[in-house]
Design a protein around this ligand. Structure first.
Ligand SMILES: CC(C)(COP(=O)(O)OP(=O)(O)OC[C@H]1O[C@@H](n2cnc3c(N)ncnc32)[C@H](O)[C@@H]1OP(=O)(O)O)[C@@H](O)C(=O)NCCC(=O)NCCSC(=O)CCS(=O)O
Ligand SMILES: Cc1cc2nc3c(=O)[nH]c(=O)nc-3n(C[C@H](O)[C@H](O)[C@H](O)COP(=O)(O)OP(=O)(O)OC[C@H]3O[C@@H](n4cnc5c(N)ncnc54)[C@H](O)[C@@H]3O)c2cc1C
Length: 393
């Protein structure tokens, strides 16, 4: 069903080689130091994994989201942080700019990402998490551009990313026109301030920070022109974001796959009661359940990655893949740790890190509950507004 072309097999092999070498060697240190892995980013850039989905006319490789998924899956087997960098360097913010941006915006974004920048996507606010459409950051129209004020938090890559895609509520002449996407460059935009870092349970090598906009001016040429304008701006931007949801699902799945491979190897090697623990049926069924979950997650992810053809993935397929892969990754990483016994709980092996890293994906990128709302809405063919008074008018 998901046969790979020769080029895709070569891409997957190249990703596997980098992952099983440098990425694997660095993963524990990236976790314990909590430092962004600039050396790994250099290797990802050299290998052509940063900006591989950027069209060839802008200097990228013109690869598909499915191709990117093959690379992300391999990176995540050894390091969730590295895999997340590949996601944001090919999907999310850069994906939105490549889909909707002007040629000048695409050229600008490509120049950053192909040089190793992992863009940041700025949606979530303290008062608007799952209810992202309730965001309070405003972009007020002024001569030649917009002035942004507001606060985002939990922004992946705050302080390391240069290119930012900021979602904000557009106000013109006192009227709320909807939500738009604004390009801001950290080294070139006054009023973009990096706030406090939030130290997290897992995926510790990428900072999560607040980002503040204090009278930040964004010129008209850095505003994304969305197909149906600001009125349906949020829907258009979220369509692009479906790509990153598939990417996040892939990171969760890849981490689980890596934990599974290690557990299988250990079960064949470790002996108790005079025989390998793999001979105990209790463990055999755990291994079988892990394999079934991983196969199902991979199938949903591959289906979602291909669902949009050359466009963005379908929102329902992306939501299904993310819910299942994220929850399965929590189960599989925990089961894999269990197979290692005390060794799995210790910090000298990667199992406890994999459990911590996998935990994020039922939250970030849309919680499992919000994505279930979305799947239910598609199945029932009903709008399911979550506010007490239904539609907000
Ligand atoms: C969409 C929600 C914020 C719910 O808000 P509302 O109830 O106010 O909005 P809706 O009426 O459901 O949607 C408005 C409009 O947008 C369209 N829409 C919504 N989601 C999508 C989508 N995924 N793809 C395409 N279009 C979408 C929707 O159809 C409506 O248009 P129409 O009126 O039908 O024409 C909420 O459900 C939600 O998604 N919350 C989660 C917020 C989220 O995902 N945040 C992610 C932040 S970035 C991040 O976490 C990075 C981490 S990582 O990637 O590792
Ligand atoms: C590691 C990490 C990285 C992130 N990176 C980014 C980033 O780069 N950019 C960005 O913009 N955001 C980012 N986020 C933020 C993320 O998108 C939000 O955390 C997420 O959307 C949930 O919002 P919240 O945390 O405010 O939870 P809340 O929305 O407050 O939800 C709290 C709980 O209530 C549940 N809930 C809320 N509403 C409903 C409902 N209607 N039905 C059922 N259950 C509901 C939720 O599922 C959850 O369990 C990141 C988060 C994490 C953890």
């Amino acid at each position: 069903m998901f046969d790979l072309t020769d080029d895709q097999k070569a891409l997957q092999q190249a990703a596997k080689a980098l992952s099983d070498g440098h990425v694997r060697d660095r993963a524990a240190d990236v976790d314990s130091s909590e430092d962004y892995p600039w050396d790994t980013v250099e290797k990802l850039t050299e290998a052509g994994f940063m900006g591989m989905t950027i069209p060839t006319e802008f200097g990228g490789r013109g690869l598909s989201y499915f191709d990117a998924v093959l690379v992300i899956e391999q990176m995540a087997r050894n390091c969730g942080v590295t895999a997340r960098i590949v996601v944001e360097a090919n999907m999310g913010g850069v994906g939105a700019i490549m889909g909707y941006g002007s040629d000048a915006q695409k050229k600008l974004a490509a120049s950053y990402v192909l040089a190793g920048d992992k863009p940041a996507i700025c949606i979530t606010e303290p008062g608007a998490g799952s209810a992202a459409t309730e965001m309070a950051t405003t972009a007020v129209k002024t001569d030649g551009g917009y002035v942004l004020n507001g606060q985002k938090h939990w922004i992946t890559g705050g302080g390391v990313s240069k290119l930012h895609l900021v979602f904000a509520r557009v106000i013109d002449d006192g009227k709320d026109l909807g939500i738009g996407g604004f390009i801001a460059l950290r080294d070139d935009t006054e009023g973009l301030k990096i706030g406090a870092r939030e130290y997290a349970m897992g995926l510790r090598g990428i900072p999560e920070t607040e980002i503040l906009f204090e009278d930040m001016f964004v010129p008209d040429e850095h505003v994304i022109q969305l197909p149906q304008g600001f009125k349906r701006g949020f829907a258009a931007l979220m369509s692009a974001y479906n790509g990153q949801r598939v990417g996040a699902a892939t990171v969760a799945h890849g981490i689980a796959q890596g934990a599974f491979e290690r557990a299988v190897e250990f079960a064949k090697d470790r002996e108790q009661f005079g025989r390998p623990i793999a001979e105990f049926q209790g463990l055999q069924w755990m291994i079988a359940d892990m394999e079934i979950g991983l196969s199902a997650a991979q199938a949903l992810i591959y289906k979602a990655a291909k669902s949009g053809g050359t466009g963005y993935p379908d929102k329902n397929a992306a939501a299904q893949a993310k819910v299942f892969a994220a929850e399965n990754a929590v189960t599989v990483t925990n089961t894999a740790l269990q197979i290692f016994g005390a060794r799995g709980y210790g910090r000298s092996l990667p199992m406890e890190r994999m459990v911590r890293d996998a935990r994020m994906f039922t939250i970030g990128g849309g919680t499992a509950q919000m994505l279930r709302n979305q799947v239910a809405s598609a199945v029932l063919d009903m709008k399911l507004p979550q506010t007490r008074n239904g539609y907000r008018g």
